[in-house]
Each structure stands twice: as structure tokens, then as C-alpha cells.
Design a protein around this ligand. Structure first.
Ligand code: 1PR
Length: 550
């Protein structure tokens, strides 16, 4: 009688010599989308070796299986089917063998997802993944807490008030409520972790959740852990406002890759590119100091080709080995034809960044071109970098970096762009302005405003806006609250306020006077004028934050 695929695979497991089975401690299921490097780095940091499963038989041979899902549910299930991973995965799970699912790796355990109607998940748990239908910004991005619904071996060493990093638009809705391990509040209380026997999965990313996340991963890896419940039991959890450190990176005149910093985007001082340190070292420092996220912007990316000269990829690879918080990379993410005529799509460039350790990519100049084309034609082509990358990696992975500059007007009706009445009057006392988009690092102004750009990018699938401000960049005068409010009110996706931070009070201001989810700064951190820890100590008790000691 012909053997089923599963029977064949089971036979193969028995054929593997014991010595091989014993040495494979953690097997990681990489189906090819998203940042699995961070999970590998985190496990290796804990002293464990990782085998990446490339064949379905390796799933059944695993002693402990980690499944970090990133991207969209539909794309994930298609690839799992294509690679014949579904059957061995189901078999592994039905045998109740040690399993840790992360993010989509949690959602995959359920029967279906509203993200891809008609496509069956693994069906280990009854229920499906639903899209957030709430007032607050979607995706749910950032550090939030967990309430404990079951004791678990994962909780050894946790106090109970730690925050973990989430990034998702869908949450699981189990029919059997006893599988819930943790819940989290974000307008609604949703299940953020499940556990049944040896099968555990979290919606949040332990590998991106600093020391608390590493503790959790260590507990999964260790054999001797018992079921425990943390002492602090939250009755409600809250999303923290994120403090992000930004590193503008470029090659200086000596050919070294350096972190630089501009004043209103001019990074030269006495003719030379300012050198504020080495990217990997600075990023490591910011991780240690409590940064909730780290952003690298290759500021000359628009004229370089990232895949030709790889230093930024190396920066990511190195940083992701020691910084266990989300990493964003921007600069040069667009279609490109090299000198030999070979064409690379923006998606291919992004693939390299994700595989090197990036969790999100940021698109600047290309977003302006995409929106200009969309406004001309009124149609979505499905071919733009925003659409293609968000389709494969999910909306949450696509950040739009906007570089706007104020254009002052004497009256409201001079332009067809959204105009605001401003308290920061122009050089000639003008009381109105609009926010003009620029490209190529502020060198070129376009006939497009930041509010429209943000709205169209959201429509095309972007998951977050990084809102810079050329007028405030490097000035230490505080964030441009008028610009931030104008953009934030126009979109439902999270917004990162950027440019102008000069002291801790400026962060309080931006969080209290606008609804942004996070604030980014560069100069004050690089020059050690106000360390991240000082910003957080100042905000403690005033604004919900993730304390530095987590
Ligand atoms: O256009 O997709 O290749 O991306 C290029 C990226 O590089 C864009 O995200 C663009 O914002 C960035 N960029 C280009 N030129 C510069 C420059 O400074 N000459 N930097 C530049 C943008 C602004 C912020 C800065 C904040 C905070 N830098 O990232 O870190 O303003 O600074 P502050 O706290 O010191 O005020 P593409």
C-alpha cells in the first residue's frame, strides 16, 4: 500500500541516528518571510544552537520547535502548503511535542484568519484570527503588558509587570477559552498567548522584548522549569509610548561608515561630514540605555544601491546580535537597475534587509513618487514598493519616512494643499502654511503635502509613519506639534514624531499634546546631552512608558 507523505516522514525520523536527534536542541521553522535572524540570534545569545528546518522531515525530527511567523497569514499558509510543511507540523503538534509559536506562528495554530478568508490554518485550536476593529491605531505596535490566565514554565523569573513587543493587526479569538495563557488590553482585551500541554505561542515577540523576552525564551529552552505564576497580576495592561533612537548613517569623505547628524538636514560642519560614532556601537549603547526601538537611516541611500555595497546589511547583522529590540532600516528602498542592466525590485532590496535583521523597512523618496503616480491615475497598481512589500511582509513592516518642510502663505486659499493656521508665524509674519514633501534628503521639494502623502500611503498598505521635520531637525526646539497633529489626525496607522527634541520635557509635550504612539530623537542622544534613561525617568508617572530596567 502506498505510504502517505506523513508516514514517509515519520519513518525518516526513526532512521535518524540518536546522536543527530540529541544534538538538535532547537529547530527553527523558517518559511522564508520576515526576520528569523533575530530569533536565531536571541537563542544563540542564550547559549543554544539552532537548526533551521529546510525540509519537512526536519520538523518531525525536532526536539523543540520554534515557529516565528512574520508577514501575512495568506502568504504564510501558501508557503507552508507549497513546502509540504502543514502535515508534518500538524503531526508534531498533535503529539504534544515542545513548540513555541511567535506572532503569525500563534495565528497559524487556529482554523482560519480574517486576513485570508477561505484558507485553512493548522486547526490545532478552534477559532480564528480577527482584525482589530477598534478606535485606536491599527496595527497595534509597541510594548504592552500581559495578564496571566494560566501558570506556565515560561513565566519563571518574571515579576509580572514587564512589557513585551507587539506588532500585529489581527488577534486570535479561541473558542475554547481555557487555552488562553495571557491576555492584553488594546481597546479590547485579546488573547496574547496560548498554552496547551507543550504547545505554547505568543502574539508578542520575545526575541524583540529585551531582557524580559530573553528570560521567556530561556524558560522555553531549559528542561528543568516548572509551572509558575508571576507575583504581580495586572488587571489591565497599557501600551507604552515608545522612545526611539535614530541613527542617520552615511559614508564620510574618508570612506568610513559613520553616524552623522544634520542641522535641518545639513550634515556637514566646516565642509566635513559630522562623525558622531560607529553605527553598531551606538546602537548597542542605545539598546542598553533602554531604547524601545532603533532606526537606521542610510541618508544617501537614494543615490547608493544597498545591494551593491553591503555595509548597511552588515550593520544590521551585527546590531541584531546584541540589540533585542525592533530594528528599522531606511534608505534606498526602491526599484533599481545596476550598471550591468540588471533590475532589482524594491521587494528584493527589502528581502535582504529583513534577512539581515530588520523588522521594518522605511521608504522615503520612493513613497513620494508612488503617491504622485497614484494621484495622477487614481489607481492602485499593486506594483509599488509599498504594496509589494506590505503584501509579503505585512503592513506593519512598512514605514513611510516623510521629510516635510513648511511653506508659508499669507492666505488660506493660495494652494490646493491642506493649509493650517499656524502659531509659528513665517518670516514675513505669515499665519498660514502647508507641509511640503521633499525627496533626496530634503534637496528637492515636490508639489505634494505631507498629509496627503500619509493618507495615500496608508491606503496602499503602509503600517506606520515616521514623520520628520526639516525645519526642526537638529534645532533642539522641540517637535513641530502642528505638523504632527495635522498628519496624525488624517491617518489610522501609528505615527512616530521626529525632529527637534532638545530635552525630556519635549517628549512629554509631544505625548500630551498629540496622539502619536512614539517619539524619535537623534542629536541629544548621540551627543549625550539627554540620555534615553533620563527621558524615561522624567516621563515615569506622567506618560505610560516601558521602564529602562526591563
Ligand atoms: O529617500 O528612501 O532613500 O530614504 C532616505 C532616508 O534618509 C529618509 O528617511 C530621510 O528622512 C533620511 N535623510 C536623508 N537625508 C537626511 C539628512 O539628514 N540629510 N535624515 C536624512 C533624516 C531626520 C531624522 C533625524 C531626526 C531627529 N534625518 O531621522 O534623525 O530629525 O533629529 P534630531 O533629534 O537631532 O532633531 P530614501
Amino acid at each position: 500500500m502506498a505510504q502517505t507523505l506523513l508516514q514517509q516522514l515519520k519513518m525518516q525520523r526513526h532512521w535518524l541516528p540518536n546522536s543527530v536527534l540529541q544534538s538538535i536542541m532547537i529547530t527553527l521553522l523558517d518559511y522564508g518571510a520576515g526576520n528569523v535572524r533575530s530569533v536565531i540570534n536571541a537563542i544563540e545569545k542564550l547559549g543554544e544552537s539552532v537548526k533551521v528546518a529546510q525540509f519537512s522531515r526536519e520538523i518531525l525530527a525536532a526536539e523543540k520547535l520554534v515557529f516565528p511567523g512574520v508577514g501575512s497569514f495568506g502568504n504564510m499558509i501558501h508557503i507552508l502548503n507549497q513546502k509540504n510543511y502543514m502535515e508534518p507540523l500538524r503531526a508534531y503538534l498533535k503529539e504534544d511535542r515542545p513548540f513555541l509559536g511567535i506572532c503569525l506562528g500563534l495565528q497559524a495554530l487556529f482554523e482560519a484568519s480574517e486576513e485570508a478568508p477561505g484558507l485553512a490554518g493548522l486547526g490545532i485550536f478552534k477559532g480564528c484570527a480577527r482584525r482589530f476593529n477598534i478606535q485606536r491605531s491599527v496595527p497595534h505596535i509597541g510594548w504592552n503588558g500581559i495578564q496571566f490566565k494560566q501558570s506556565s514554565k515560561l513565566f519563571n523569573g518574571l515579576r509580572g509587570d514587564e512589557k513585551f513587543y507587539f506588532v500585529h493587526s489581527y488577534y486570535v479569538d479561541p473558542i475554547e477559552s481555557d487555552v488562553a495563557m495571557t491576555t492584553t488590553d488594546y481597546d479590547i482585551e485579546f488573547v496574547s498567548g496560548v498554552q496547551k500541554g507543550n504547545i505554547i505561542a505568543t502574539q508578542f515577540h520575545p526575541e524583540k522584548s529585551g531582557a524580559a523576552g530573553l528570560t521567556l525564551l530561556k524558560n522555553f529552552i531549559q528542561k528543568d522549569r516548572t509551572l509558575v505564576s508571576p507575583t504581580i497580576q495586572k488587571t489591565e495592561t497599557a501600551l507604552a509610548k515608545r522612545i526611539i533612537a535614530c541613527l542617520d548613517v552615511r559614508t564620510n569623505d574618508q570612506g568610513d561608515l559613520v553616524v552623522t547628524k544634520g542641522d535641518q538636514y545639513d550634515v556637514r560642519e566646516k565642509g566635513a561630514v559630522r562623525n558622531l560614532g560607529k553605527p553598531v556601537e551606538l546602537a548597542h549603547r542605545y539598546y542598553k540605555e533602554g531604547a524601545d526601538e532603533i532606526t537606521f537611516l542610510n541618508i544617501t541611500g537614494f543615490r547608493d544601491f544597498p545591494l551593491e555595497d553591503m555595509p548597511m546589511l552588515e550593520v544590521l547583522k551585527q546590531t541584531s546580535k546584541t540589540a533585542f529590540v525592533p530594528l528599522t532600516i531606511g534608505g534606498g528602498i526602491q526599484d533599481y537597475t545596476d550598471k550591468d542592466g540588471r533590475r532589482y525590485s524594491a521587494l528584493e532590496v527589502a528581502n535582504e534587509y529583513f534577512r539581515s535583521g530588520a523588522d521594518k523597512i522605511s521608504i522615503g523618496s520612493d513613497a513620494v513618487a508612488i503617491v504622485e503616480a497614484y494621484l495622477r491615475t487614481g489607481t492602485k497598481t499593486g506594483k509599488s514598493s509599498i504594496e509589494q512589500i506590505s503584501k509579503v511582509y505585512g503592513n506593519q513592516a512598512v514605514v513611510i519616512s516623510i521629510d516635510p518642510r513648511r511653506v508659508y502663505l499669507s492666505s488660506k486659499d493660495e494652494v490646493r494643499h491642506p493649509v493650517i493656521e499656524t502659531k509659528i508665524t513665517g518670516p514675513k509674519g505669515e499665519q498660514y502654511c502647508w507641509f511640503q514633501c521633499t525627496v533626496k534628503g530634503g534637496r528637492e521639494g515636490r508639489d505634494l503635502d505631507a498629509v496627503t502623502l500619509a493618507k495615500v500611503c496608508e491606503l496602499l498598505g503602509a503600517g506606520e509613519i515616521l514623520l520628520n521635520c526639516i525645519d526642526r531637525d537638529g534645532t533642539n526646539l522641540g517637535f513641530d506639534l502642528e505638523l504632527i497633529n495635522a498628519v496624525k489626525r488624517a491617518v489610522r496607522i501609528p505615527v512616530i514624531a521626529s525632529s527637534g527634541a532638545g530635552c525630556a520635557e519635549h517628549f512629554q509635550d509631544v505625548f500630551e499634546k498629540t496622539d502619536v504612539e512614539s517619539a524619535l530623537a537623534a542629536g541629544i542622544f548621540h551627543r549625550r546631552e539627554v540620555p534615553i534613561s533620563e527621558v524615561k525617568a522624567f516621563l515615569q508617572g506622567k506618560v505610560e512608558i516601558r521602564p529602562c530596567d526591563q
